[in-house]
Design a protein around this ligand. Structure first.
Ligand code: SAH
Length: 266
């Protein structure tokens, strides 16, 4: 018998279901229920099952059921929450998908790089979220600010906005390729296993904003730009819980000194 001419060099390993179970797809403010169903189907075909809906406009809905086809189990187990912060509070990696490139001061990843990071973090035990915006208006700036990085599918720059469920399909496919270890998707991505959960980081940012006010850092300027830059700086460092406690201790002292100074002036 003749040996095959082109034996496969890399037989893909089956995607690890435990790793996949740490990955959630978050749809924010979805307007058309059919898109929720199509997204569920797109997820299931790629081995993802955790869907979180942030304030969907119409759900449950028969159009969602129709479009989900055989993925009704994904819809049935979907979680509904009120805010994006609620949807990602326990996540160590939160990636926001945006149709508009370089709109925010966030690190920007292409879907392949994003999928490699998703795999690295989920394999290291972290909870990971891929966040998608509204059909008409996408993610609001404040919502993108809750993300650690932005993901942009490098589509036709003159027509770059994919249908919501199509965008979910592209990202879910890349995540599957990464989990299967196929192709360039395995590009080195350092996991951030010790990174603090999202809610802790947000608590730190809230206290940082209060402290900057208390020490009159902004001097009449609006705080938005400085806070965006500071967020970007701290997100890049991948703070762990202990480091956040240390920084919050520093902030607490600064706040105390600002109060004392204020009393001294009265
Ligand atoms: N008109 C909106 C587009 C919304 S499309 C806007 O300009 O922002 C709905 C969602 O699909 C987006 O919020 C985003 O999460 C995802 N999406 C669509 N096209 C994308 C692209 N090229 N790259 C990454 N995500 C995309």
């Amino acid at each position: 018998m003749q040996a095959p001419l082109n034996p496969p060099l890399d037989t893909p390993s089956p995607a690890d279901p435990v790793t996949a179970s740490r990955i959630r797809i978050v749809l924010v403010g979805t307007q058309h229920p059919g898109n929720i169903g199509s997204a569920a189907r797109a997820m299931k075909t790629m081995g993802l099952g955790r869907l979180v809906l942030v304030a969907p406009q119409k759900f449950p809905h028969n159009e969602a059921d129709m479009m989900a086809a055989g993925a009704d189990d994904v819809l049935a187990s979907a979680l509904e929450v009120e805010t994006l912060a609620d949807a990602v509070s326990d996540c160590r990696l939160v990636l926001g998908c945006t149709a508009r490139s370089r709109r925010v001061q966030l690190r920007e990843l292409d879907p392949r790089m994003a999928a490699a990071s998703v795999r690295a973090d989920a394999e290291a035990g972290g909870e990971v979220a891929l966040v998608f915006g509204r059909e008409r208006t996408g993610l609001e700036n404040a919502e993108l600010q809750l993300c650690h990085a932005a993901v942009h599918i490098p589509a036709n720059p003159d027509y770059s906005s994919l249908n919501l469920a199509a965008a979910v399909q592209v990202l879910a496919y890349e995540v599957r390729m990464a989990l299967l270890g196929i192709g360039a998707a395995t590009a080195a991505a350092a996991p951030t296993p010790d990174a603090a959960p999202h809610a802790e980081l947000e608590g730190f940012f809230a206290q940082l904003a209060d402290t900057l006010d208390a020490i009159d850092f902004h001097k009449g300027r609006t705080p938005d730009s400085a806070m965006r830059k500071l967020r970007r700086l701290f997100v890049r460092t991948g703070l762990d819980s202990q480091e956040i406690r240390l920084l919050r201790g520093v902030l607490a002292d600064a706040q105390r000194m600002a109060r004392l100074a204020g009393q001294g002036r009265d």
